[in-house]
Design a protein around this ligand. Structure first.
Ligand SMILES: [Zn+2]
Length: 451
């Protein structure tokens, strides 16, 4: 049993219940057994007591979009838009091997943990022919760092010679991609309650995937009861591509392919007109909002307040580290608020709405809102305890405002299923310096191959 007391608590439950001084109690099964005001009632004598004075307890953050392998290709194509950035990076990514992916994923996940993330997805779509299994490599990294993980088996089968953006050498054959995706589900997907590892199906984007692979992927995911993910409506150039190639908008294209539904979450959703927004709402399709990546690539600003008003589930994603070098999910709370307010004024998004995007919104994207995303009795004990009494935050009366509007807050504690992953702002499951060294070495090795 773990008892966290004397802290502010933002539960992010349906009523958005908060306690200015409260407690969270965690049972030995890794689930929450009590949340409330004041001190905890009956405390087991063997319980681990955590004094949360000066801290805010929130649900652990849920990262709804990422490409962890990109951790070893950060800082490149600094002034490019999406298509230029991809065209620069595809040849570099062609040299990726499993050891590089493992180093990148361990670094990226360790860094995510230090910013309050307890569950992350990943979207891996680069499978150089004849290479080893990058999905296994990143799963091993997630086990090391100790985060709950929902990697997507991505895919690309539309090379440049067929009108796509990626080089032909980097795409798979359609049938091979589908077979490998089903194999990944067989090998890794754990649908059981409290699962630490679930697989989703994720062909990459309209300009790198054939409509056949999109349709067949949707059929495969629904046959196997797993979720669907892809990039959609990220840039104006993508919309032009869809109109020129398919004669419709990206959302209309997705709907034709069976890609709208409550088992689908889309990365970005920046360029959405009102009819598109209505279709997402009507079908229960979720959106992973990636405000820093959209800013880095100059892609535009998603209509998050309108999406929320329409009832679309919206989560937050850091997106791949090559288009968002900071890679911190905690910082995306503020970025999401800033982006919404730059478009819609000071009331466009509140600090509490931003926190909900990063917690329960992400859980909805990943189809796990029944188990994670809020602090409630019976839910998994994925808890972030943020220290708000230091130089960066002391004196801000509202702890949620301090967390969202203030600088990135250090973590007093980060629990995943009751297991300590971060304590006193340090990673406990792995050595951060070793992870940094391995990522730097992998980066050098990859860049040398690309020369
Ligand atoms: Zn992405």
């Amino acid at each position: 049993m773990i008892v966290i007391e004397n802290c502010a608590v933002a539960t992010v439950d349906a009523a958005r219940t908060e306690y200015s001084v409260g407690h969270v109690v965690i049972g030995d099964d890794g689930r929450i057994t009590a949340v409330g005001a004041g001190r905890a009632d009956a405390v087991d004598r063997s319980a681990r007591l955590v004094d949360g004075t000066g801290c805010l307890a929130t649900p652990g953050l849920v990262n709804a979009h990422h490409h962890l392998y990109q951790w070893v290709t950060r800082g490149l194509a600094q002034q490019s838009n999406l298509f230029g950035w991809l065209t620069t990076l595809y040849p570099v990514w062609a040299g990726l091997d499993a050891e590089m992916v493992n180093a990148a994923a361990a670094a990226g996940l360790g860094w995510l943990a230090l910013s309050g993330c307890t569950t992350s997805t990943d979207h891996h779509y680069v499978f150089p022919p004849g290479g080893d299994d990058p999905l296994a490599a990143e799963i091993e990294a997630a086990r090391l760092v100790g985060l709950r993980f929902q990697p997507c088996r991505g895919s690309m089968d539309l090379g440049r010679s067929a009108g796509g953006l990626p080089p032909d050498s980097l795409v798979e054959r359609t049938e091979a991609a589908l077979l490998a995706t089903e194999t990944a589900i067989d090998r890794y997907h754990d649908p059981s309650p409290g699962s630490m590892l679930r697989i989703s199906v994720a062909p990459c984007s309209p300009f790198s995937v054939t409509s056949t692979l999109m349709r067949e992927s949707a059929a495969l995911a629904r046959r196997r009861g797993v979720r669907l993910h892809t990039h959609l409506a990220e840039t104006a150039e993508e919309e032009q591509y869809c109109r020129a190639t398919h004669g419709c908008t990206p959302v209309e294209y997705a709907e034709q392919l069976g890609w709208l539904g409550d088992d689908v979450w889309l990365a970005h959703g920046v360029h959405l007109d009102d009819p598109a927004l209505d279709r997402l709402a009507a079908t229960g399709t979720a959106v992973a909002h990636c405000p820093s990546s959209n800013a880095r690539l100059g892609a535009g600003t998603a209509r998050v307040p309108e999406l929320l008003a329409a009832g679309v589930p919206v989560g937050l994603g850091v997106d791949g580290a090559a288009s968002q070098e900071a890679g911190q999910l905690g910082a995306e709370l503020r970025q999401a608020l800033y982006a919404a307010r730059l478009r819609g004024g000071p009331a466009a998004l509140t600090a509490r709405q931003a926190l909900a995007l990063g917690t329960v919104g992400g859980a909805e994207c990943l189809g796990r809102a029944d188990e994670i995303g809020s602090l409630e009795v019976g839910k998994l004990a994925d808890v972030a305890l943020w220290r708000l009494d230091g130089l960066g935050h002391a004196g801000i009366d509202d702890p949620v405002a301090a967390l969202v509007l203030g600088p990135p807050a250090p973590l007093a504690l980060l629990l995943v299923g009751g297991r300590t992953v971060v304590e006193h702002a340090e990673l406990r499951t792995a050595d951060a310096e070793i992870l940094a060294g391995q990522a730097a070495r992998a980066h050098r090795r990859l860049l040398a191959l690309a020369d």
